[in-house]
Design a protein around this ligand. Structure first.
Ligand code: PAF
Length: 292
């Protein structure tokens, strides 16, 4: 496994791989790797000749009052984990390499980045789109792998790739969960014992929403969201940022559920903001309007 620190070296390596007509799979990360990341890397390793992982905590996707400084960093632990699977190259640039003095370009992804998480994290998705565009130009992958846990991010990235004409396939992989349903996230490390127990409410609320739609056939989104909110609010340390039911392609809010939807939630558990989602296909030909 090679560790590359400069853009020039990374581009030269990727060009050589492409010149040999080999495929490149790419997993962009901010490090603090967990089983969710590892599942993306396994898939990238299986499906490509070369698998490249980037580790870069991207400053421009954090707001001024967010956790950029505290974000968990553990490069030694990360490299250890990577050595156990098929990863050929780790691209690990520093801030100055990615954003040299005077850097001022940014990608504006538009309204899809201003709803859901974007409503409370202003500029976050423009920061994500900017760094992913840069990384794609540096790594030049054929396939790029992202986790469904960050569902809005996957919608943003698909839009970026399509609208800026990157010749890259975006592959969204299933959310990896702990034994009790909590979605794997680098931020889970912030939770104390009591908060870790309380954090299962996200998955429980999503499963409730899914059950009301897919088993009970309910279609009234407001009713379903209220049931989910009641469950979350019954928990000891949870504070809802949003509970939304949206279309899977453009994240538009749904009132009557008639086609597959994404149930998306963001909840603060203590000081830690966690997100999760479930996509449900429903039982639409038979869906009813009743509420019990
Ligand atoms: O999901 C993440 O870890 C980050 O948002 C990403 C895609 C690596 C961009 O910094």
């Amino acid at each position: 496994m090679q560790i590359i620190r400069t853009i020039k070296d990374m581009q030269a390596l990727s060009r050589n791989i492409r010149d040999e007509h080999k495929t490149i799979g790419f997993v962009p990360t901010m490090g603090a790797l967990h089983e969710g990341h590892m599942s993306l890397m396994k898939r990238s390793g299986d499906e490509n000749d070369f698998s490249i992982v980037s580790i870069f905590v991207n400053p421009v996707q954090f707001g001024p009052n967010e956790d950029f400084r505290q974000y968990p960093r553990d490069i030694e632990g990360d490299l250890n984990k990577l050595s156990s699977i098929k990863v050929d190259i780790v691209f690990f640039p520093d801030d100055k390499e990615m954003y040299p003095d005077g850097f001022s370009t940014s990608v504006n992804i538009g309204s899809v980045g201003e709803i859901l998480c974007g409503a409370s994290r202003h500029g976050h998705f423009n920061g994500v789109a900017t760094v992913v565009a840069k990384l794609c130009n540096i790594v030049m992958p054929h396939n790029a792998y992202f986790g469904q846990k960050d569902f809005q991010q996957t919608v943003v990235i698909k839009k970026l790739i399509k609208e800026l004409n990157f010749d890259i396939d975006v592959i969204v992989c299933p959310t990896v969960r702990e034994h009790d349903g909590l979605a794997m996230s680098s931020r889970n490390i912030y939770l104390n014992h009591e908060e870790r127990k309380a954090a299962t409410v996200l998955y429980r609320a999503l499963k409730l929403g899914e059950d009301l739609i897919s088993s009970k056939g309910l279609v009234d989104a407001l009713y379903i969201k209220n049931e989910m909110k009641n469950l979350i609010n019954s928990g000891p340390v949870s504070n809802i940022d949003y509970v939304e039911i949206v279309t899977t392609e453009h994240l538009e809010k749904v009132e009557k559920i008639k086609s597959p939807v994404a149930i998306c939630i963001a909840v603060r558990i203590g000081k830690t903001r966690l997100i999760d989602n479930i996509i449900t296909t429903g039982i639409f030909p038979f869906a009813t309007d009743y509420q019990t």
